[in-house]
Design a binder for this molecule. Sequence first.
Ligand code: PXP
Length: 245
Amino acid sequence: MLKLGVNIDHTATLREARYRGQEGGEPDPIEAASICIDAGCHGITAHLREDRRHIQDNDIDRLVSVLTVPLNFEIANTPEMIAKALEIKPTAVCMVPEKREEVTTEGGLDVASQLEAISKSVTELQGNGIEVSLFIDPDEEIIRASHSTGAKAIELHTGAYAEAFSQTSERKKELERLSIASNLAHSLGMKVNAGHGLNYTNLTGLLEVPWLEELNIGHSIVARALTVGFERAVREMLELMANPD
Ligand code: PXP
């Protein structure tokens, strides 16, 4: 069954807009995560960025202590973040590129140019029982490089698909790229997740891509939750995933 991981970063983005540098404040991402879990999501994703622009260390610590579903801990491959992952031991780490100037994670990891550093972290994390996925563009070379790091999973960046969605030929091209990439990763024995830019409109098209095990969706669910609440926003997404037609 295709699983849904809800990325709760933007609940913290909203909190930080008012309470930056202060204790507490609302909305509380941990409360949001609990409602998403009650609504049936299969996992929670949170990205601890180097600049702490949304999720804070304390959010991660509280998530770890209350979560009843797997935590997918999104991080850049830095010594600080690898140490944090080894301290909290989440179910999974999703390794992402990070640039201070970007609004959100804008492209996939350039695995080939950092092969040694990524392989070292993958070995260390997986050696401690943490599943590692590499967030990458749907590209054959990058998939082969990801496989050579020893990582057992990838998360395919669906941003280009989401951006091309309104143009039929571009959308088909992106779906084909994703499908080819997914088939290759699967043939190499890797687990295939996907995410970025997915919403209630473009989700169903994406389900043509084979072998997907987990989708990580943030912005559209948090945005929908502002009007209908988290519980309904998550249930609607799960319903779409189960019945795309
Ligand atoms: N997956 C990864 C690796 C991400 O970095 C993000 C956030 O940028 C998402 C999924 C969720 O993307 P969105 O918020 O656009 O749904």
